[in-house]
Write a protein that binds this ligand. Structure first.
Ligand SMILES: Nc1nc2c(ncn2[C@@H]2O[C@H](COP(=O)(O)OP(=O)(O)OP(=O)(O)O)[C@@H](O)[C@H]2O)c(=O)[nH]1
Ligand SMILES: [Mg+2]
Length: 378
């Protein structure tokens, strides 16, 4: 294994994990495969650093929806909305041009898809719950076992590689917040199917699984990182389009080490970290020890960067069993919009109870909420 690792060691960033020549060949293959997944590797924003020119919360919301779009038809719809919402001034000229060219490209792809006979495997998994977290990794690293431990699903778990063949979604409950986890087949060097790429690019977060008990784990995990990086998809600390390139998608991830009871897991992990060039938060689990699972649930929730808010009708106690969730920096208005757009429009004020010293205090629509707040909307 050491020789192989030395060869790959020429890199300092995941996107440089292959030689220019290999990368060229891979991108050529990708140009064919990624299009069928609704992802164009050669996007106009690629050359144009994006200008953060007073983009409104509404626009940013539309952009988030666009990233999550699961078909080219959905992408077209989202791009139309983004074009309507993008502030029209000098500072957004390049962004507007970028959106227009993406829209015409997406329309073209859509037309081609409508005309072409269906090919390749696709899986359509409806989004459910407060967020979608994809479990990714090399063969036999414990992906299915993680899904089994965290949800009520019964995936096939076996002590040999390539057990899982198709994605399997299941819901994890975190204190009343349902979170969608998706188990996936292993990713190995040279084999990343378009549907799998699309699944990660549209996810809210990922668990990159590393088998702490295997000498092959650094090389195998590196192959996973590289397969996605070559297609402009990076395991990262935040989720969303990259600041500098509209084509690159970052996915907030945890490097999840299984078999953490193995004495040599830290050494193997160090080897991966040296090679990978991205520092991801690390969480170690020994899946035969249930204590570590609760902590993992908390970390998955934290990865989604959302807060729980409880609503109550006037004069009645709140329902503390089923919180609503909004973005970590969300406001009273965001909460109202989560319930219904009309409510966000008609909203006058809110009363809130919470740890920030609020005890039925009246606040405006821009008031930022905190995890655990109880809110009465008026
Ligand atoms: N003791 C222990 N066993 C683990 C741990 N994680 C996974 N395993 C075992 O490792 C084996 C492989 O686990 P799977 O969950 O099937 O692995 P996978 O990544 O889904 O494998 P593929 O679907 O083939 O890619 C099973 O026997 C699991 O019980 C762990 O943290 N501790
Ligand atoms: Mg599996």
């Amino acid at each position: 294994m050491k020789t192989v690792l030395k060869i790959i060691r020429v890199i300092d960033r995941p996107s440089r994990f292959v030689s220019e020549k290999d990368a060229g060949a891979m991108m050529a293959t990708l140009a064919v495969s990624a299009n069928s997944a609704g992802v164009d590797p050669k996007l106009p924003g690629d050359q144009n650093p994006r200008m953060p020119a007073n983009l409104t919360p509404m626009y940013l919301k539309a952009e988030r929806e666009y990233r999550r779009a699961q078909s080219v038809a959905e992408q077209v719809e989202c791009l139309q909305v983004m074009l309507q919402l993008v502030p029209k001034h000098k500072g957004t000229d390049r962004l507007q041009a970028d959106l227009k060219s993406r829209l015409s490209e997406a329309r073209r792809t859509l037309q081609q898809q409508l005309n072409a006979p269906k090919s390749g495997q696709t899986f359509r998994i409806p989004r459910q719950g407060a967020g979608r977290v994809v479990i990714v990794g090399g063969p036999n690293c414990g992906k299915s076992r993680i899904l089994k431990e965290l949800t009520r699903a019964e995936p096939e778990v076996a002590d040999f590689p390539f057990t899982t063949r198709e994605p399997l979604p299941a819901m994890m409950d975190y204190d009343g917040v349902p979170i969608q986890l998706i188990d996936t087949p292993p990713v190995v060097f040279g084999q990343l199917e378009p549907w799998m790429l699309n699944l990660l690019r549209t996810a809210d977060a990922a668990l990159l699984v590393f088998n702490g008990a295997s000498d092959d784990a650094p090389e195998e995990t590196l192959a996973v990182v590289r397969e996605f990086a070559d297609r402009k998809t990076r395991f990262s600390t935040t989720t969303g389009f990259d600041e500098l390139s509209f084509a690159t998608v970052n996915i907030a991830s945890i490097l999840l080490v299984t078999h953490a009871a193995d004495d040599e897991h830290a050494e193997r992990l160090e080897l991966l970290n040296d090679l990978m060039g991205v520092a991801l938060p690390i969480h170690k689990v020994e899946l035969d020890d249930h204590v570590t699972i609760e902590q993992l649930k908390r970390e998955i929730f934290a990865l989604l960067k959302i807060i729980r808010v409880f609503t109550k009708p006037p004069g009645q106690p709140p329902d503390m069993t089923s919180p609503l969730t909004i973005a970590i920096d969300g406001t009273v208005e965001d909460l109202a919009a989560q319930i219904h757009d009309d409510l966000a429009k008609s909203l006058k004020h809110a009363k809130i109870w919470g740890e920030g010293g609020h005890d039925g205090q009246i606040v405006g629509r821009d008031h930022q909420l905190r995890d655990g707040d109880v809110v009465e909307l008026h």
